[in-house]
Design a protein around this ligand. Structure first.
Ligand code: NAP
Length: 360
């Protein structure tokens, strides 16, 4: 497989640091440029992020001396250094939209963890196991942007990464009608640790700004269809959610209830999950988990602390599947929010795009 030179925009942040650690030994992608705000520009990565390094593994040696670029002002320089970029920045939505479009128009493909472009119909939002075919809208997007190779592809929100995968294969077989999901979300999803977020200790916070809207709307794009160069969102199921912040470092858990056109048998569901694989497994992408959905028979699993790192944090753990008195079924599921839910999911998407020739 060909190798690619890669930039990280927002390299100093929580998600950016996760990209740096995931890409350190990546077989296809080599980090050749880092960028952040003008506050960090001109400093080495070690100077800009060394004192706020949040990962459990140390800052990659190969990146310590890279001098950070200014994400907005140094696009021309970035173009000389990279084949594509990952982007995870904390800026206003309209500024992020403009920044990502500027990179795409400079012929630098952007794989983004930001939400700014998720609602755009010709911007694919892809979980490679679920809707890999959506990347074909890139051709239409390139036409709109007037580019030859530049485009934007986005990662969905981390909150839904636990419950959309187990529901996806059931939806295709049994016709998913109604979903209720309550999420219990880790503090790293807010870019925090217990040191920087002491108020969360011994506490639950019942509101995460914008999260319920994303949790209810984004699955419909993932389950949508490509028509005439656009993704047309699915109209079903109806989804309602409540998203809570809980005192967990990493790993978003969800308690899920679902109803179908045709009620599935519990043992059939377990078999479907055990056999479920998508394009990521078929193409044997480097970051793909071997078994995407792991079902636990133990009634006290999945647990964030025990199960979030399964298959490098790229698998989804499910347990407590049973019939429900008001919905057809209920279960509990878990996914690592900064791995599968953020940087890892974006790296997997970039692997899919590279394998399909979109990064050439
Ligand atoms: N599922 C997901 O995909 C997922 C999960 C978590 C987060 N996110 C998204 O990822 C993004 C980053 O989250 P985070 O938790 O990593 O945030 P963070 O820790 O606050 O980091 C923010 C990053 O943005 C950079 N930045 C801020 N203002 C900038 C500017 N004007 N120009 C260029 N860079 C600028 C910062 O650089 P300086 O250090 O120079 O200030 C830093 O590198 C957010 O949009 C968040 O919503 C997505």
């Amino acid at each position: 497989m060909k190798t690619y030179r890669v930039g990280i925009i927002g390299a100093t942040g929580m998600v950016g640091q996760r990209f740096a650690t995931l890409l350190e030994d990546h077989p296809w992608f080599h980090v050749t440029a880092l960028a952040a705000s003008e506050r960090s520009a001109g400093k080495t990565y070690a100077e800009a992020a060394g004192s706020r390094w949040l990962m459990k593994t140390p800052m990659p040696e190969s990146m310590k001396d890279l001098v950070l670029l200014d994400a907005s002002k140094d696009i021309d320089r970035m173009k000389e250094l990279v084949d594509f970029v990952f982007c995870a920045v904390n800026m206003k939505k309209d500024e992020i939209k403009a920044l990502e479009e500027a990179y795409a128009k400079a012929e630098i493909p952007v794989v983004s963890n930001n939400s700014a472009n998720r609602g755009v119909p010709d911007v694919p939002m892809v979980v490679p196991e679920i809707n890999a075919d959506h990347i074909e809208v890139i051709e239409a997007q390139r036409k709109r942007l007037g580019t030859k190779r530049g485009f934007i592809a986005v990662k969905s929100n981390c909150s839904l990464q636990s419950y959309v995968p187990p529901l996806s294969p059931l939806k295709d077989i049994y016709g998913l009608k109604k979903v209720l999901a309550c999420t219990y979300q880790a503090i790293s999803g807010a870019g925090k640790t217990f040191e920087t977020f002491p108020d969360i200790v011994d506490n639950v916070i019942p509101f995460i700004g914008g999260e319920e809207e994303k949790s209810e709307q984004e699955p419909l794009k993932l389950w949508g269809k490509v028509e005439n160069g656009k993704i047309v969102n699915a109209t079903e199921p109806s989804i309602t959610t409540q998203c809570l912040r809980v005192p967990v470092s990493d790993g978003h858990t969800a308690a899920v209830f679902a109803s179908f056109e045709k009620k599935p048998e519990i043992e059939d569901i377990k078999k479907i999950w055990a056999e479920f694989e998508g394009e990521a497994q078929k193409l044997n992408l480097p970051s793909a988990p071997k078994q995407f959905i792991h079902y636990f028979e133990e009634e006290n699993r999945p647990q964030a602390k025990l199960d979030r790192d399964l298959e490098g944090g790229m698998a989804v753990s499910v347990g407590r599947l049973r019939s429900d008195s008001q919905y057809d079924i209920k279960f509990v599921c878990l996914s690592h929010n900064t791995l599968r839910g953020a940087a890892g999911g974006a790296v997997l998407m970039a692997e899919l795009l590279a394998a399909k020739g979109y990064m050439d």
